[in-house]
Design a protein around this ligand. Structure first.
Ligand SMILES: C[S@@+](CC[C@H](N)C(=O)[O-])C[C@H]1O[C@@H](n2cnc3c(N)ncnc32)[C@H](O)[C@@H]1O
Length: 382
């Protein structure tokens, strides 16, 4: 079974909800997988020769991003894609809002099943880089609350990733988590983690596979966003998984030194400010036992891409409220890992193939990740 299945923490989708969400999902697929790739030949044939001639050198990603803003096709794409991003949330919100009181009640009931735990910190400061913008145009971001015991942001987020991925994330919307956890187990058979921490877990959809793949481990997950964490804990209970969720800042957690064998994150780096990343890496180092593993999975660093591919991230930064996307992939990540205390000899980069892509006829062109995930890891010194 690979097709996504709605679970007990998702609102019921009526005919009109399906119609709205289905249209938005198809529009995003068309724009990302159909239209955007057609712009590369336009760049190569019409824009690049002119740019090279006027600059007298190869254009950088900055030059390319700037030049492409005056290409009509790219402007149309950008306008439509920005609208489609907002439509994604607007398609889900009426359905979630209609059923919010029932979802809150259901979350309390499911959390009462007692699998794992949930610890919220009402005085935790959500970092400014998350409060200052509606990240990737999600209204109110991950953290805003509209009701007591709110789960709205979590519910809208899960609907949006379902649309965004066109249902291509597997039964539990968890393919990246499954792929990464299974890759870790086969690549490092002696790892056998007893305690695992997932940082920036949102609704815990990629945390749950760690429970499946490492059944002997206690699994912990943190995020700063309370409505997502409430949703995550209820969701985990609905699906039968024990995870200890807590509301904490990845830069300064309350866990004791050496608490974990594995500390991981997925697409947390690019949402943090450049200034906050080194603090998070130092915290990972503190939290790991000697010989433990830190693994951060995100989009590829710019030195893995050509200048045109890297220039595409400028759209996310400028139009999609992901301010650090145009710069974070330029970070000297390995140097920052070293500054945080990890030995250079214990660092690695990896491309992890999607489990779903390997097992099914999933079309990698239909996803932005291309069916593989980029990771930079490091073991703490023994
Ligand atoms: C893009 S989501 C990633 C969700 C999930 N890991 C995934 O791969 O889809 C980033 C999450 O990181 C959280 N986050 C950002 N900065 C954080 C911080 N300093 N500490 C903990 N969580 C943070 C956000 O609230 C958000 O839920």
């Amino acid at each position: 079974m690979t097709k996504f299945q709605r679970h007990a923490m998702m609102p019921e989708a009526a005919h009109d909800d399906h119609a709205r969400m289905g249209f938005t999902s198809a529009l995003i697929k068309h724009l990302d997988a159909g239209v955007r790739p057609m712009l590369r030949p336009v760049y190569e044939q019409a824009v690049a020769p002119r740019l090279r001639a006027s600059l007298g050198r190869d254009p950088t990603r900055h030059d390319i991003a700037r030049a492409m803003t005056s290409v009509d096709g790219n402007r149309y794409w950008s306008t439509l894609r920005t609208d489609a991003q907002e439509m994604m949330y607007r398609s889900a919100e009426p359905m979630v809002d209609r059923q919010l009181p029932a979802l809150i009640t259901r979350a309390k009931k499911l959390s009462g099943r007692g699998l794992g735990s949930l610890q919220l910190d009402p005085i935790l400061q959500v970092p400014r880089y998350l409060r200052a913008v509606d990240t990737h145009r999600l209204p109110g971001g991950y953290h805003s609350e509209v009701a007591d015991d709110d789960v709205r942001a979590g519910a809208v987020f899960e609907e949006s990733i379902t649309m965004y991925s066109m249902g291509n994330l597997g039964t539990n919307n968890d393919d990246p988590g499954q792929s990464i956890a299974r890759w870790l187990k086969s690549r490092y058979p002696t790892l056998r983690p007893r305690r695992i921490l997932d940082m920036g877990c949102t609704i815990g959809h990629y945390t749950l596979p760690y429970v499946q793949v490492f059944p002997e481990a206690e699994v912990y997950a943190i995020d700063v966003a309370a409505p997502c964490l409430r949703f995550a804990h209820a969701r985990a209970n609905a699906l039968g998984f024990a995870v200890h969720f807590s509301q904490q800042d990845a830069e300064a957690t309350t866990f004791a030194d050496g608490s974990f064998d594995l500390v991981t994150s997925r697409i947390l780096l690019h949402e943090m400010s450049r200034r906050s990343v080194p603090g998070m890496l130092r915290e990972c180092h503190r939290l790991l036992r000697a010989g433990g593993l830190m693994l951060h999975v995100d989009a590829p660093l710019f030195d893995e891409l050509d200048a045109y591919q890297a220039s595409l991230r400028h759209w996310d930064a400028i139009a999609n409220n992901e301010p650090f996307m145009a710069t974070v992939y330029d970070l000297p990540l390995e140097r920052l890992y070293a500054d945080a205390g990890f030995p250079r000899s214990k660092m690695f980069r990896a491309w992890i193939e999607s489990d779903l892509r390997r097992r099914t006829n999933y079309d990698p062109r239909a996803s932005r990740s291309g069916g593989r995930f980029f990771a930079v890891g490091a073991f703490k010194a023994d």
